[in-house]
Ligand binder design. Structure first.
Ligand SMILES: Cc1ncc(COP(=O)(O)O)c(C=O)c1O
Length: 457
């Protein structure tokens, strides 16, 4: 039999997948390390198990204890899984900018979640760092892993992710790119690989509103660099002990918007349904690769988590538009199309008993290609000149026959407020036109030509 003793034993050994489309025009190979293959769907499972293993070894966590952590969600998920395996309780503090899905997921696996305000100083007693610390001091037999300063975080990546990548790339890796939050991921992997291959170039993805890039470049911790941003999981207003600046060669800042757009492209163009900070890492990777990557180079980009946690945010078009991340395209509606029509508003129709020959003459005189068919009271069918032509070539005799014999199903009715983008999805080679009833109950026809004109004007 082939099985694992616990879900915890499935952590790690995540796949490397080549990027095939987003890197168009870029030399070299870009490989993504897909961390959502971990059972908690993120890279943080690795550090969760290592932090708890080390705490148990050091006697910091005893049976029946409580794990308390300030987490953006992913570390919480990893810790919750380890806690289930080992019989601990979990309390997590989270900033209120985090997605609701992340909070729900933690509660689903039995954790207690305390939501704290985002826009307060880390030292403020309301911050999620401070609340976690306070709970830790108040609750007996509790352990506060503190992923920011606990070097088991770094060690997890030094011992697992780094060696995995080294082996998976057969030592051919030349560049490493990862988002930087606690810094454990990038520092642990980079340290391990640089020990095997000092020429490795490591690039960190930072957010606007975070201190890392400036600190790396100037050694200055600049409070002015700190302001609110939306990307979840990366960027900091503190310098966590897990960031080893000596193994990070450069930082690139990525906007919330660019990260969101690249994340959506990863899903749609690469089939990688990943989280927001994955777009930050990939955006930094593509920017760096465009300038620097050579034909034989192999760049590995860490994609830390899964897209489900962001369905209500970056994968939601309304949310994206509200933030100006997606262009608000205001399309004309069916009402606008009708209103702009000059000349007679009369709908041209043919009677179902009309001869096919006469129907063709009506179409030709009016300069139209399709027409609704009437039975005196209702629209009962439709006629399309291309199809009539086809039938007449096959059998010229049919021109004396009534339209009813060859008419097709009536055109579909649509609402007045349907916009061009919606209307265009309803018109195709089998549905050549649409019908719409205006405020006065007059029926109008909308054809592909109308939609083209609406888009061109
Ligand atoms: C979604 C996400 N991406 C990236 C990171 C950054 O990884 P690290 O904390 O190892 O720097 C985190 C960490 O919180 C995260 O939750």
């Amino acid at each position: 039999m082939k099985y694992y003793n616990s879900i915890i034993d499935t952590i790690g050994n995540t796949p490397l997948v080549r990027i095939n489309r987003l890197n168009k025009g870029i030399k070299g190979t870009i490989l993504a390390k897909i961390e959502y293959f971990n059972p908690g769907n993120s890279v943080k499972d690795r550090i969760a198990v290592k932090m708890i293993d080390d705490a148990e070894k050091q006697g910091l966590l005893k049976p029946g204890g409580t794990i308390i952590e300030g987490t953006s969600g992913n570390t919480g998920m990893g810790l919750a899984l380890v806690a289930i395996d080992r019989g601990y309780k979990c309390i997590f503090t989270m900033a209120d900018k985090q997605s609701k899905e992340k909070i729900d997921i933690l509660r689903a696996v039995g954790a207690e979640v305390v939501v704290c305000p985002t826009n307060v100083e880390p030292s403020d007693p309301r911050s999620y760092y401070a609340v976690a610390q306070r709970l830790n001091s108040e609750i007996a037999n509790s352990f506060y892993p503190n992923q920011y300063d606990n070097l088991s975080n770094f060690a997890a990546h030094y011992e697992t992710t780094g060696p995995e990548i080294w082996e998976q790339t057969a030592g051919k890796i030349t560049h490493l790119v990862a988002g930087v939050g606690t810094g454990g991921t990038i520092s642990g992997i980079s340290k391990y690989i640089k020990e095997q291959k000092p020429s490795l170039i490591t690039v960190g993805a930072d957010t606007y509103g975070s201190v890392f890039k400036k600190y790396k470049e100037t050694g200055i911790f600049d409070e002015n660099e700190v302001y609110p941003y939306l990307t979840e999981g990366i960027g900091e207003d503190i310098l966590p002990k897990n960031v080893d600046f000596s193994v990070i060669d450069a930082f690139l800042k990525v906007t919330d918007k660019d990260a969101a757009i690249i994340t959506r492209r990863l899903a749609r163009e690469e089939g990688l349904f990943v989280g927001w900070s994955c777009g930050s890492a990939m955006s930094a990777a593509l920017e760096y690769a465009k300038e620097h990557l050579k034909e034989d180079d192999v760049m590995v980009v860490i994609l830390p988590d899964h897209g489900t946690r962001y369905l209500g945010k970056i994968y939601n078009d309304t949310w994206m538009k509200e933030r100006g991340f997606l262009e608000q395209r205001s399309f004309a509606s069916a009402k606008d199309i009708i209103a702009k029509r000059s000349g007679s508003p009369m709908l041209i129709t043919v009677d179902k008993n009309e001869s096919i020959g006469n129907a063709v003459r009506i179409l030709s005189r009016a300069g139209i290609s399709q027409v609704p068919v009437y039975d005196g009271d209702n629209i009962v069918g439709s006629l399309d000149d291309a199809k009539v032509l086809h039938l007449l070539i096959e059998n010229p005799e049919i021109k004396e026959r009534p339209v009813a014999e060859i008419m097709e199903k009536p055109f579909r009715f649509v609402g007045l407020d349907n916009t061009v983008d919606a209307l265009s999805s309803l018109i195709d080679k089998n549905n050549k036109a649409l019908l719409v009833r205006d405020e006065y109950n007059h029926i109008h026809i909308i054809t592909q030509h109308d939609l083209l004109m609406a888009l061109a004007n």
